[in-house]
Every structure is written in C-alpha cells, then in structure tokens.
Design a protein around this ligand. Structure first.
Ligand code: G1P
Length: 293
C-alpha cells in the first residue's frame, strides 16, 4: 500500500491568551510578531513546508485579524507597487497563496480536545497534522515531517515529545511509553498535567501531532478532564485501546512564544539568525550592559 502524506493541518487559535495579557486583550496571541511576521505565519510556513495545502483554523471571537492576515490586501499591494516597493508587494501577495485556508468557530473555550473536534468536518477522512501555534519550532526537517517519517515506518498517530524536568510535568501531557528505537516510543498511556509524584515519566507532549481521524470518535466520548476542559490527551488515551500511538523525541528547538519570557527569548534567538539584525542585537546588548560579547 502506498503511503499518503498528510495534506491538512489544524491550528487551534481560539485561546484567550491570558498568559500574555494585557497585550493579548485586543491582539490575538497568534498575531504577536516574531521579527516581521506573526506567530501563526511561522506555524503555517512549517505546515506548508511539511506538505500541507489545507490549513484549518479553529477560531474564536475577536480573532478576525487572523482571517484578514491570510487574505489579499488589494489597496496596500497596489500602493506598494505604485511606490516602487514591488518586492514587498510580492511578499504580501504570496501570503494568501500559501495554502487553502478554512475557518471553523469554536463557540466556547472548552479545551484543546473540544477545539480539535471542531475541525472534524475537514479532517474526518485521513490523518492530519495539529500544530499549537504558541510553539515556534526551529527544525530541519520540520517536526511535522519528522513525525510523518515515524508514521510511515510504524503507522498510527504520532506525538512530539521533549524530556522535561520532573517538577514541570504538571504543565504538559505526559506519556508512559516504551522505546522501540532510539527516540521513537510506542505509547502505552497518557495523562494530562499530572503532579510530579503521579507522572509516569518525564516525557512531555509538545505542540505538534499527527493524528488518526479516529480521534474524533474518542473526542466525542470523553468527559471533562484536567482543568474542567475536554482534553485531547484523554481522547488519545482512549484511542490507544483500539489503535497504536507512537511518539518521537524530535530533533530541533522549541521557542515557546505564548508567554513573555519565552517570546523575548525567541525574538533574540530568531534575530540572531538574520544577518541584518544579528549585529544590531549584539551591539545593543554590548552598549546597554557595557560588556563585550
Ligand atoms: C496542551 C496539551 C498538553 C501539551 C501542551 C503542549 O496543553 O493539552 O497535553 O503538553 O499543549 O504545549 P496547554 O499548553 O494548552 O495547556
């Protein structure tokens, strides 16, 4: 049987961004800039680079700017062309052409599991990618592509993992898993945000998933879990009883941009990668702190 790569990527973007208030009061957190493009654009670039051509945004109220961002801006594009800034105009024209964009509304913030269930009509027929846009991944090949290569070899859903400090298990979904080759695990159980004393391991689920469409059936049967929300982790735990789930300690670097500490770190790390910004960052720090780097 030939292997079909995922073509669809789901982005839950309905969150209220409470970890980054007050800026996220009126700006969706997904529209926070990382250098010159919003976080969500970095995520979409990753999905497209991984072969996806359908992008599904699960949105909430107050997220209209995300929709606008991925639309053409005929007046702005024309103005840039008329004023000789064709390169910029061309850059803007490419944004809506990145993929086919679809939108579905999550009416109430009832958790990640509930958000994913809102994408069912678009993803019910095949494996799909799920990307949590707070995490910007620096990885080559992309994390989603790394997960796909595990699915190609083992078949089944594949989760992305990182080892975390035992004290931090209550911030993540944690897996109980058996290593089947270096860095690749067969998942035996999952718990959402366990206390360190109850955590089955320190292997934490990160914001990239390749999921089987059967997950929707399980999302419909779970009860509210951690934090009183419908948890994706609980649906995957239920799915495990019927089909295999794997997980990968991915190769790459995660920039958690959903909180200000992570966002500022990410901004510096990213800026250091741009030849025209690198020197500015170094000079500014040297001057401000009176140090030599
Ligand atoms: C969600 C998932 C959790 C996962 C985390 C990764 O939690 O529920 O299992 O470890 O994303 O970022 P959230 O960060 O939305 O609370």
């Amino acid at each position: 049987m030939t292997f079909h790569h995922i073509r669809k990527a789901v982005f839950p973007v309905a969150g209220l961004g409470t970890r980054f208030l007050p800026v996220t009061k009126d700006i969706p957190k997904e529209m926070m800039p990382l250098i010159d493009r919003p976080l969500i654009h970095h995520g979409v670039d990753e999905a497209v680079a991984s072969g996806c051509n359908d992008i599904i945004f699960v949105t909430g109220t107050g997220k209209e700017t995300i929709f606008q961002y991925f639309q053409h801006s005929p007046e702005l594009e024309a103005h840039l062309t008329e004023t000789g800034k064709e390169e910029l105009a061309e850059q803007l024209r490419k944004i809506p052409e990145l993929a086919d964009f679809h939108y579905t509304l999550q009416e109430k913030p009832l958790g990640l599991g509930h958000a994913v269930l809102c994408a069912e009509e678009f993803c019910k027929d095949d494996y799909f990618g799920l990307l949590l846009p707070d995490d910007v991944m620096l990885a080559e090949p992309t994390v989603l592509a790394q997960l796909e290569s595990v699915r190609e070899r083992y078949s089944g859903s594949v989760l992305s993992l990182e080892e975390v400090d035992k004290d931090d298990t209550s911030r993540y979904g944690i897996v109980d898993a058996e290593e089947v080759e270096p860095g690749v695990f067969r998942v035996k159980g999952l718990v959402e945000k366990p206390d360190p004393k109850d955590a089955p391991s320190n292997l934490a689920i990160m914001g990239r998933y390749v999921l089987s469409p059967s997950v929707f059936k399980h999302l419909k049967s779970i009860k509210r879990g951690s934090g009183g929300e419908y948890q994706l982790t609980d649906a995957i735990a239920s799915m495990l009883e019927e089909e295999p789930v794997y997980a990968l300690l991915y190769k790459g670097r995660r920039l958690d941009c959903g909180v200000r500490e992570g966002w500022i770190k990410a901004t510096i790390i990213k800026a250091l990668q741009y030849p025209d910004l690198r020197e500015i960052v170094i000079n500014t720090i040297e001057k401000e702190l009176n140090v030599k780097i």
